[in-house]
Design a protein around this ligand. Structure first.
Ligand code: SF4
Length: 207
């Protein structure tokens, strides 16, 4: 049975039309905390789509996904695949940066379920236009958005699962999680990520 799409409803003729519409989005309250929409970027005909959680503070400044320290880690992972970020489509579950204020400081936070649901229209349209052969979901939020709310990164990373409209989805850790780890957990997580990247390579048949 075919898996349902992420969002049934509005659709746009081109990816540029999707981007233009998303830039004006007020479908959830995240537009109040994020300074700008961080839409997907890269190759609109890419075989691999990478979906993270949400824009970082760096992304919120530049308007580009994965422009901070997590992006540096992701670049190294893509290099393992012989790819650059210009050869994949990079995006996030939500397009505005979710924040929380702690001790007077603004920090990142994961998107809430209703925020991810509100933003699914844009991710669904990115999937429909880019038509990737494989989606690499980074972290639990991306896994939940693409596989289902019961997705657990600890149990379901490292296998190719069926995502919306039957697109193959492989989940691995988010680079921001890797950046928070210390030895020996760091080495173990990096080992698992390398296994996951090897599976990406085999699935896409790239060398
Ligand atoms: S996070 Fe997504 S749904 Fe919410 S306002 Fe921004 S673009 Fe719209």
């Amino acid at each position: 049975m075919t898996q349902p799409g992420l969002f049934d409803g509005q659709s746009f003729a081109t990816l540029d039309a999707v981007r233009r519409e998303a830039l004006e989005c007020r479908r959830c309250d995240l537009w109040r905390s994020g300074h700008r929409v961080v839409f997907g970027a890269g190759d609109a005909g890419a075989r691999l789509m990478v979906v993270g959680e949400a824009p970082s503070d760096a992304d919120d400044r530049t308007g580009l996904p994965f422009s901070g320290p997590s992006g540096g880690v992701l670049d190294a992972w893509l290099a393992e695949l012989g790819l650059s970020r210009a050869q994949v489509w990079l995006t996030n579950v939500v397009k505005h940066r979710p924040t929380v204020t702690e001790n007077g400081r603004e920090k990142n936070r994961p998107p809430r379920t209703k925020e991810a649901a509100a933003c699914a229209v844009w991710l669904a349209e990115e999937l429909r236009h880019v038509r990737p052969e494989l989606v690499l979901a980074l972290g639990g939020s991306a896994g939940k958005a693409l596989i289902g709310r019961d997705f657990k990164i600890t149990q379901q990373r490292g296998v190719v699962l069926t995502g919306p409209d039957d697109v193959p989805v492989l989940a691995t850790f988010h680079p921001a999680y890797i950046l928070r780890l210390e030895p020996p957990e760091l080495q173990e997580a990096e080992r698992l990520v390398l296994e996951d990247l090897a599976l990406v390579r085999r699935t896409l048949d790239v060398r």
